[in-house]
Design a protein around this ligand. Structure first.
Ligand code: GLY
Length: 328
């Protein structure tokens, strides 16, 4: 089945390539374009768009868009209100990248409302790309970010309930795959990609990661090439869902490289999902990808149904779309 799928996709895109055509399954939008994962992507693209319109840079726009979701206490998988780890502490991962290759990331960061802004500061103020844990915290404090409590009473209640279940006589094994099933129904990472009127690109993503994860666990979102990749020559991609699966295939980089070779963004996202599935026997954990080509063509694909993403293009209101999925 997987082999047939790969062959079918390969033949389809190869034939189109030979004919000098692009597959038309992705819509080409009017630049500037902003796309973001899940229903909470609506507020993200709206803010990114406004920021660009008001004279902000692309980086300002993607950072501002992601910050809105980070500050929303009702989103259980990002920033304030995000689910804590197994020990009850909220730890955050984020990354930001522009199409020139400049990028920054933080992981296992505790106590800051806007990890995406700390990631940007890592990019702009240090010779490094990636700071984690205590070092990331010290850097954030040095840069003037204030420490806050991110664990809301609602998220704490859910964590206490989860902990209680772990103590029942026959609990499911407390491994990541079990805890991560929550992500299927619970909107996951915010990933935001944007192209300006000239086709320059930037992207950012942010997450509190898998609910009740092992302490110290880091997912795909802060890993450049896994959760996010942006290249002005081609396009950008980001991922959501089961981070371990995304890391194993370097999902976002794979999609950008497939687009470089001529794949339509939807086909590229679909191939990444197929590649993921070929590497795992688990069909229950959601993995989904979103891609934006530099000319404004977008694509999305998920393993399971239910992945939504928000789109804002020039001259049109924000709209929410449902991605096609490999499984029904
Ligand atoms: N995709 C977010 C995570 O697995 O941490």
């Amino acid at each position: 089945m997987q082999r047939r799928e790969l062959i079918r996709l390969g033949v389809a895109s190869g034939l189109l390539g030979l004919l000098g055509l692009r597959c038309s399954s992705a819509s080409k939008l009017r630049l500037p374009v902003a796309v973001a994962t899940w229903n909470h992507g609506r507020q993200a693209v709206e803010m990114a768009w406004q920021t660009l319109r008001q004279g902000g840079s692309l980086l300002d726009a993607v950072e501002a868009g992601v910050r809105v979701v980070e500050a929303d206490p009702n989103v259980r998988t990002v920033g304030l209100g995000g689910y804590p780890d197994a020990t009850g502490r909220v730890t955050l991962d984020a990354s930001i990248m522009e199409g020139t290759g400049r990028c920054g990331a933080v992981a296992f960061l505790e106590g800051f409302l806007h990890p995406v802004s700390v990631a940007r500061r890592v990019m702009e103020k240090t010779p490094h790309v990636f700071l984690v844990g205590e070092g990331a915290r010290a850097f954030a404090l040095e840069e003037g970010f204030e420490e806050v409590n991110l664990l809301t009473p609602e998220a704490e209640q859910d964590w206490l309930r989860w902990k209680e279940q772990q103590n029942t006589p026959a609990p499911p094994p407390p491994n990541l795959e079990n805890t991560n099933r929550i992500d299927v129904d619970n909107h996951d990472t915010v990933g935001l990609l944007m192209a300006d009127a000239t086709g320059r690109l930037a992207g950012a993503c942010s997450t509190s990661g898998a609910a009740f994860k092992m302490r110290g666990r880091v997912g795909d979102s802060p890993i450049i090439g896994a959760g996010l990749f942006v290249d002005n020559e081609v396009g950008a991609a980001c991922a959501t869902g089961w981070g371990e699966g995304v890391i194993r295939i370097a999902g976002s980089h794979l999609i950008v490289e497939l687009m470089r070779q001529g794949d339509d963004p939807t086909i590229a996202c679909r191939k990444a999902v197929v590649r993921y599935r070929a590497r795992t026997s688990d069909d229950t954990l959601q993995v989904a990808f979103l891609a934006l080509r530099r000319d404004g063509a977008i694509g999305a694909y998920s393993l399971l149904p239910g992945f939504t993403y928000a789109v804002k293009e020039a001259g049109r209101k924000v709209r929410l779309q449902q991605a096609p999925s490999l499984l029904s």
